[in-house]
Design a protein around this ligand. Structure first.
Ligand code: FEO
Length: 394
């Protein structure tokens, strides 16, 4: 008999798995582990919503078996084909021989690309419904949240939105619901998840939330495919997504830098002093001492980002190249950027970083500051003034 704590509503069960030891999710550092949520709806028709990462396929199969026989599964809904949610699909589909897979048109294409063309797949579009008996499922395509194939499944009359990646967090827990876990940790992980996975898609998120509302979907529970389920106040995470997507941020400056012999470090501290003299919050992050996932999360709620690098072989320091490749891809909105650094003879780091940021469409304040070898008192005064100037602007 399945334990009661896995029932998220009457005859709707969480049958997912907890990946306690995950520390790297395709480069995103997951210090608190992860979960892959899968749901089983036992109505006149029986439906499995999403599967899990293949390394946990046996555990998923055991969880399903605790609720129902595989022969009774009529549908497997694949809300998203990224392998954390679909890589146990071949094994589960093999067991659930009577099941039809339901996916978006793109989802069907992605399933075939990943696992071959031997599944019975029914495609759905936004607004399509599937009656299960007492319940009806409504599908909402959500392209780019997080892949072109992504969609959400809304369960009525329970009013549960199974949102897949959207509204998730990487947070391993024995608890399933938002009112059972530390609220601060939950929102911190939701922010980190948004910053590292969904930040590029802010405008799409805003439109999707509007569209869902227009469709009359008003969930009392949001059950994502990662982490904790929002049942006490689902509008809290929806409102947080709207704020993040609109680029709303605090009077806060993230100073991101690296250093070889300490010159850029001295400059970073002088800039921080200038900024704090204006009463703004400052976060100083040396790249080799801070996880990139954390840096990006700090940038999410910062109004300005000041970035520093020494020059190495006429280029920015390699960690800055890594950082800029990541952050320009994430396309943060509405922030002011400025650059500083040091060099010995040729220079090039500040110019290179500035060009990269401008090419990405960032709002850059020029000129930046570049000093030869070691900053003198006048150089540090200029750094202090830069911190002051950016702080007063935000
Ligand atoms: Fe959790 Fe885009 O997969």
């Amino acid at each position: 008999m399945i334990e009661l704590k896995t029932a998220i509503a009457e005859n709707i069960f969480w049958v997912g798995v907890v990946d306690w030891n995950l520390r790297d999710f395709h480069g995103y550092v997951t210090n608190r582990g992860a979960t892959y949520n899968s749901y089983l709806i036992a109505d006149e028709k029986t439906v499995l919503v999403d599967t899990v990462k293949h390394t946990f396929a046996e555990e998923l199969a055991t969880n399903i078996k605790d609720v129902t026989d595989f022969d009774k599964i009529d549908y497997i809904i694949v809300n998203h084909v990224e392998m954390d949610h679909s890589s146990s699909l071949p094994m589960i589909a093999e067991k659930a021989k009577n099941a039809t897979i339901i996916a978006s048109e793109k989802g069907k294409e992605h399933i075939i690309c990943h696992y071959g063309d031997h599944f019975k797949i029914q495609t759905v579009k936004t607004g399509d419904t599937l009656n299960l008996g007492d319940r009806t499922l409504t599908f909402v395509e959500a392209p780019m949240l997080h892949w072109p194939d992504s969609m959400m499944t809304y369960v009525t009359p329970d009013k549960i939105l199974m949102s897949n990646d959207a509204f998730g967090q990487h947070l391993a827990s024995s608890q399933r619901f938002d009112d059972e876990v530390d609220e601060h940790i939950l929102m911190e992980e939701a922010g980190t998840y948004y910053a590292n996975i969904l930040m590029p898609f802010g405008p799409i998120i805003i439109r999707k939330i509007q569209e869902i509302t227009q469709l009359g979907i008003a969930p009392t529970m949001i059950a994502p495919s990662h982490g904790i389920i929002w049942r006490s106040n689902p509008s809290r995470i929806v409102n947080a997504y709207l704020q993040w997507s609109e680029g709303k941020a605090k009077r806060k400056i993230s100073i991101v830098y690296d250093t070889m012999w300490g010159s850029t470090d001295k400059m970073a501290h002088a800039i921080a002093d200038g900024a704090t003299s204006q009463g703004v919050e400052v976060k100083l992050m040396k790249l080799r001492a801070t996880e990139l996932s954390e840096v990006v999360t700090e940038i999410l709620d910062s109004k300005a980002v000041i970035v520093g690098s020494p020059t190495m072989n006429n280029q920015m320091f390699p960690t800055l190249g890594h950082f800029l490749a990541y952050i320009t891809g994430l396309r943060p909105k509405g922030k002011v950027w400025s650059f500083f650094g040091s060099f010995g003879w040729g220079g090039g780091a500040v110019r290179g970083m500035t060009e990269t940021a401008k090419k990405a469409g960032f709002e850059v304040r020029e000129p930046g500051i570049e000093v030869k070898f070691v900053p003198n008192d006048e150089d540090l005064r200029k750094c202090f003034e830069l911190g002051k100037q950016i702080a007063s602007e935000i």
